[in-house]
Design a protein around this ligand. Structure first.
Ligand SMILES: [Zn+2]
Length: 229
């Protein structure tokens, strides 16, 4: 018997799953996209090369005044470190997205999407610079969203450490190549998703992000294949 046949648990830490990008869409570096996600569907977000953050915002499809809220989520989930089993709530206290799979285990829900002012304040860069806020706005304006109303995003794969004094430190993302997070939708939504544009957040290099919307059947089938790997 080969040694690896003893391995019954998926080796999430090493991210060794073969990445099949056939059915996945790609968000190019420093860009974003918007799409609809129906109740009961699954959204898979993959870090193809490792160390790349993806900002996610979500709005209720039939009422865009309801959107993802970090404050409500912290309140109900009683943690700032959200992973498998946690639910992301709306500003109207409704369940929006449930994390059903997470091979990375570390994300951020504290910091707002990077915006042109971020680069002026934190990067001494007064020149035009792509940003998650603007990419989310460009991707969602057809749904009536205004730039200043875009809330704090769920920053997939972003690592922000909080020390004892409460000081925040943005660290290199923990995500390795092939790491993924899967959400189950609890309502019909409009989703905005980016490949983050901020160099410091992504350990110096700006990379792409993959994503895919799956049905329950597709997610179940994929997960069964995974367990047998
Ligand atoms: Zn960003």
């Amino acid at each position: 018997m080969r040694e690896d046949e003893f391995a019954t648990e998926p080796d999430f830490e090493k991210g060794r799953f073969e990445l099949n990008t056939t059915n996945m869409k790609t968000i190019e570096p420093q860009s974003g996209t918007g799409f609809k996600l129906k109740k009961g569907e699954y959204l898979k977000v993959v870090c193809p090369e490792g160390e790349q953050v993806a900002d996610l915002v979500a709005y209720r499809e039939d009422d865009m005044t309801e959107f993802l809220s970090n404050g409500k989520t912290f309140d109900y989930e009683e943690t700032i470190y959200l992973s498998t089993g946690n639910i992301l709530y709306s500003n109207k206290s409704k369940e929006m997205l449930e994390i059903v799979l997470d091979t990375c285990g570390r994300h951020d829900f504290l910091l707002a999407p990077c915006c042109p002012e971020t680069f002026k304040k934190l990067y001494d860069n007064v020149a035009e610079h792509p940003s998650c806020r603007n990419n989310l706005y460009e991707s969602l304006k057809e749904y009536g969203i205004e730039a200043h109303t875009i809330p704090t995003a769920f920053n997939i794969f972003m690592k922000v450490d909080v020390n004892k004094e409460g000081k925040l430190h943005v660290k290199r993302p923990k995500a390795k190549a092939g790491d993924q997070i899967v959400f189950r939708a609890h309502m019909d939504m409009v989703i905005g998703l980016t490949a983050c544009s901020a160099e410091k957040t992504n350990n110096g290099t700006l990379k792409s992000i993959n994503y895919q919307v799956l049905t329950l059947e597709e997610f179940t089938k994929e997960n069964q294949t995974r367990q047998k790997t």
